[in-house]
Design a protein around this ligand. Structure first.
Ligand code: PCA
Length: 321
């Protein structure tokens, strides 16, 4: 092919095929069976459908592109444009991220939304300091207790190895008289079957997605807190989009947040029923256990207020209004 013909062919090709001005890679920590990743896919589809040639987003689920502990840094450093993390994991970066895992503060969805609204400006501020912009959050169902024996009081789990997934849950395990062991979601089943852990506090969804009935017998609905995942974008990258595309991203984020909060609520009920149907012993906490756990919650709120100072005091006052 003559040089001029080749050039014409290349130019023709580039004119006829859609050219995306921007392609974003979006790593998510949890796999496709988890509702936060399902919401991420809806979000990406909505943006890609509405932004035409201006922007498309590709979701990489389950840590397939970037592992969970690296996602925050990867978006900060613009290795990827956008990403999702479990908020509580960042607890050591700033106390505002610890608040997301404090037990017995906001234990139902209405209270969790109130706490989210009270804490959102500070979450946004901390993300902004890292050059990030918050797009949306997705809550998990309330966190319940998985164990291999009935737990009527903390004495029943004293000395057990308890899964932790954030600095705050490590502290909780300490205060419960158990030993915290860090285990990522993807290793939960193996950690139980190899006795690396004996108990965990997480949502019924996570039990369902790990088929917990194969290796755990008891599920106590302590409803301790409602943690969230958050999705953020690198701010410089977002700012480079034209105004219309920015609006499309923000509208899709608002829809994702709405869908995510609805799913968290719905899955809490449905997945508890699945655990029961699969043969796990599902029970409400005894009065003793409840009051022991509530006392730990009080201690942890106090510790958090000491750590977070005036900012934290203002958030809790706003939440209690
Ligand atoms: N599941 C995730 C986070 C909170 C939840 O319910 C997990 O256990 O890793």
């Amino acid at each position: 092919m003559k040089h001029s013909t080749l050039m014409a062919a290349i130019i023709g090709l580039s004119l006829s095929s859609p050219t995306f001005a921007d392609k974003w890679d979006m790593p998510t920590p949890y796999g496709d069976a988890n509702h936060p990743t399902q919401v991420a896919r809806l979000f990406a589809e909505e943006v890609s459908a509405n932004a035409g040639d201006a922007l498309s987003i590709k979701v990489h689920s389950g840590g397939s592109l970037i592992k969970h502990p690296e996602i925050h840094r990867a978006v900060k450093s613009r290795q990827v444009q956008i990403g999702e993390v479990f908020i509580g994991r960042l607890g050591n970066d700033n106390p505002i991220f610890k608040l997301d895992n404090i037990p017995f503060l906001a234990t139902d969805f209405d209270a969790a939304m109130k706490l989210y609204k009270a804490s959102k400006p500070e979450i946004e501020k901390q993300l902004e300091e890292d050059g990030l912009k918050l797009l949306y959050t997705v809550p998990w169902p309330a966190q319940d207790l998985y164990s291999n024996k009935p737990v009527n009081s903390l004495a029943d789990i004293k000395g057990l190895k308890m899964r932790a997934y954030s600095p705050t849950t490590s502290r909780l395990a300490d205060l419960m008289g158990t030993t915290p062991v860090n285990v990522p979601f993807s290793d939960v089943a193996q950690a139980f079957t190899t006795s690396v852990i004996d108990a965990m506090v997480t949502s019924p969804s996570t039990g369902v997605n790990n088929q917990s009935w194969d290796y755990i017998s008891h599920f106590t609905t302590v409803s301790a807190w409602i943690p969230k995942n958050m999705v953020f974008v690198n701010k410089k990258i977002f700012d480079k989009l034209d105004a219309d595309t920015q609006n499309i991203v923000m509208a899709a984020a608002a829809n994702a947040e709405k869908a995510g909060w609805e799913l968290g609520r719905k899955n809490g009920v449905e997945h508890t029923n699945v655990l029961r149907d699969k043969g796990m012993t599902v029970s409400a906490p005894s009065d003793t256990l409840q009051s022991e756990l509530r006392a730990i919650g009080k201690t942890m709120v106090k510790e958090w207020l000491d750590e977070s100072g005036e900012t934290g005091t203002a958030i809790i006052a706003n939440f209690n209004q």
